[in-house]
Design a protein around this ligand. Structure first.
Ligand SMILES: NC(=O)c1ccc[n+]([C@@H]2O[C@H](COP(=O)([O-])OP(=O)(O)OC[C@H]3O[C@@H](n4cnc5c(N)ncnc54)[C@H](O)[C@@H]3O)[C@@H](O)[C@H]2O)c1
Ligand SMILES: C[C@@H](O)[C@H](N)C(=O)O
Length: 344
């Protein structure tokens, strides 16, 4: 089978490897589509994200969907040849305290696709645990199935923020994560979702996709703009999805007293000063949101119901052998989401 391997920063090779066979609890999936995530691009450009360093050739890609071609003996009955499926890329140990509490996204022994040293899904076939594989109904395309991954990041953030019916929400950053957090907040019942960014094209896309107001923070102050939009109150929930230092600092200016700030975006410099007296006086909840747990069934259901749009964020799709060109295009600031089409 063909596999796209990141040999060193800036350099992919497409090579032949043996097709995997399933362990008893696994299925083998012929990969159809894989999204290119910002973290893939970061490994491509810099060879590391924090402590995760690409020390040997790595297969990238963790936003994947495809078709079952082989079923391990313990997964028989759960999956059939030809089922279209999406793969949840993080498989936890299932034994630690976090796993037992159901917080399996916090498992310290997780295997996560395309995170060194674990290979990802830019491969024609992947063997994957059946219980982290989810069937797609006919109404959900394989492209949409692959995007259950970033949608899951958005769903988890909306859940962490306890976004509910009638809430007002601000999403800072209109990359794929912010746009899909906006979808998740709307699906959770938010009455109004405002967005901010520094790139006019990203704000225009968010507006097209239903943002109730857009704030260009190169021109307007975030706190003042949100105050104007909410009769001086601030929003119920801020979801920070830019990772930009100024955006993170100003989240607490935009949230109402007693409101919640959810941090998804990873800042270049993780140490950012925040006004703690504001947080205390206004009794703000500041919450981290790390990957996701128990979101894939909801993501598939929302797509089946037509309650969210994920496919509309894709700018381009290329074939696996063009992986290098696809990553060069994914690096451009106006690109939102690139995809690779993998199976022949
Ligand atoms: N916590 C998690 O589990 C998790 C999962 C996936 C991604 N992430 C992180 O989430 C962030 C978003 O991911 P993405 O793939 O959408 O990234 P992205 O780079 O595509 O999008 C970030 C957006 O923020 C905008 N931006 C820059 N400065 C801004 C500012 N001051 N105010 C508002 N917007 C601003 C950019 O123009 C861009 O549109 C990244 O930091 C990523 O590392 C975290
Ligand atoms: C969650 C996933 O999308 C993210 N890129 C990560 O590796 O954590």
């Amino acid at each position: 089978m063909r596999v796209a391997v990141l040999e060193e920063p800036g350099s992919f090779v497409v090579e032949e490897r043996d097709k995997p066979a399933p362990d008893p609890d696994e299925v083998v999936v012929e990969i159809g589509k894989v999204g290119i995530c910002g973290s893939d691009v970061h490994y491509y450009e810099h060879g590391r994200i924090g402590d995760y360093v690409v020390e040997s050739p790595l297969v990238l890609g963790h936003e994947s969907a495809g078709e079952v071609v082989s079923v391990g003996e313990n997964a028989e009955g759960d999956f059939d040849f030809g089922d279209r499926v999406t793969l949840e890329p993080g498989v936890p140990c299932r034994r630690c305290d976090h796993c037992k509490r159901g917080e399996y996204n916090l498992c310290p022994d997780v295997t996560f696709m395309a995170t060194p040293p674990d290979d990802g899904a830019f491969a024609e076939f992947v063997a994957w645990p059946a219980d982290f594989t989810y069937r797609l109904p006919d109404s959900v395309s394989t492209r949409e199935g692959a995007l259950c991954e970033p949608l899951s990041v958005g769903i988890h953030a909306a859940r962490r923020g306890e976004v509910g019916v009638g809430d007002s929400v601000l999403v800072t950053g209109c990359g794929p994560i912010g746009l899909l957090a906006m979808e998740a907040a709307n699906a959770a019942g938010a009455a109004e979702v405002f967005v901010s960014d520094v790139v006019p094209e990203k704000l225009a896309l968010a507006e097209e996709r239903g943002a109730d107001a857009t704030i260009d923070v190169r021109e307007d102050d975030l706190g003042e703009s949100v105050s104007d939009l909410t009769d001086g109150e601030g929003v119920d929930v801020v979801i920070e999805a830019s990772g930009a230092d100024p955006a993170i600092r100003t989240t607490i200016d935009a949230v109402r007293r007693g409101g919640t700030v959810v941090l998804i975006g990873l800042a270049q410099d993780a140490e950012i000063p925040l006004d703690t007296s504001e947080i205390i006086d206004n009794e703000l909840d500041l919450r981290g949101s790390f990957r996701y747990r128990n979101t894939y069934p909801a993501a598939v259901q929302l797509l089946a119901d037509g309650a969210v749009d994920v496919a509309g964020i894709v700018d381009f799709e290329m074939e696996l052998p063009d992986v290098g060109e696809a990553f060069e295009r994914a690096k451009e600031s106006e690109t939102v989401k690139g995809m690779l089409s993998v199976s022949r």
